[in-house]
Design a protein around this ligand. Structure first.
Ligand SMILES: Nc1ncnc2c1ncn2[C@@H]1O[C@H](COP(=O)(O)OP(=O)(O)O)[C@@H](O)[C@H]1O
Ligand SMILES: [Mg+2]
Length: 239
């Protein structure tokens, strides 16, 4: 990593060749305190992801994968170290600016779908646009068609299967046309056939638009379908 002083505060646009990394973790540490116990979950994680790369993050349960994804996605500040998004140090931005980066540049897919149960599939997909002050119903419909749910747009989440709910969540993550998508074990709650279908959809929508993907999975077979694999062991990356 270049020294911090050489990184300008303003956005650094990616050169035409796309060499500037879109995501950088620079010596990221994450520590939790529970009572008198201190848990060092991330112990200095550094890596870069280039725009358009599809990266799989593997590691045992409790290895710190979710903590790392949260930190990269602007949801949890690291105790030490930096996260650069588009060349800007995320946690040095104002809270308002951080929220803007999250809303406009990132999509997030959770293991448990995290759909709002009282909103229809269509309304759930529209949520990120509404947060950003827009409401593009046509795009939401198009995205739901794209993930194979054209005939489910008026359904509530409890009326959908796990695989269908996760496809709604993928459409929602794409709503604001984000450059990067973080997906945390998106197939973890699905049977293996449905999981493979959902992963296929995710990889395809990412590839079609040359988006960047960082996806956590336990499944080492699935992980082979990415461009690169990172492995987290005991708070450090080993590959
Ligand atoms: N908010 C928190 N408070 C305390 N400990 C936490 C918190 N979040 C995660 N941890 C601990 O950090 C470790 C890594 O958790 P996590 O990042 O969820 O791992 P993974 O996603 O790889 O299973 C676990 O031991 C977990 O108990
Ligand atoms: Mg996890």
């Amino acid at each position: 990593m270049p020294a911090a002083e050489s990184t300008p505060a303003a956005a650094v646009p990616a050169p035409a060749g796309g060499e500037a990394p879109i995501v950088v973790a620079d010596d990221v540490h994450r520590t939790f305190h529970i009572g008198a116990n201190r848990i060092d979950v991330l112990k200095g994680v550094s890596f870069e992801i280039q725009a358009g790369e599809r990266v799989f993050l593997c590691g045992a349960s409790g290895a710190g994968k979710t903590s790392l994804l949260y930190t990269l996605a602007g949801l949890e500040k690291p105790n030490l170290g930096r996260v650069l998004i588009d060349g800007r140090s995320l946690y040095q931005l104002s809270r308002r600016e951080q929220a803007k980066v999250r809303n406009r540049r990132m999509g997030y897919v959770f293991q448990n779908y995290s759909l709002l149960p009282e909103l229809t599939a269509l309304e759930n997909v529209m949520v990120p646009a509404m947060i950003g002050g827009r409401s593009d119903r046509g795009r939401a419909e198009h995205l739901l068609e794209h993930v194979g749910l054209a005939d489910r747009i008026g359904h509530l989440p409890p009326e959908l299967s796990g695989g269908e709910q996760q496809r709604v969540a993928i459409a929602r993550a794409l709503m604001n046309d984000p450059a990067m998508i973080f997906a945390d074990e998106p197939t973890g709650n699905l049977d293996s056939k449905t999981g493979a279908e959902v992963m296929d959809i995710l990889l395809n929508v990412v590839a079609e638009e040359k988006r960047t993907l960082l996806v956590v999975t336990h499944d080492t077979v699935l992980a082979k379908s990415g461009d690169r694999r990172l492995e987290l062991v005991d708070g450090l990356l080993v590959s």
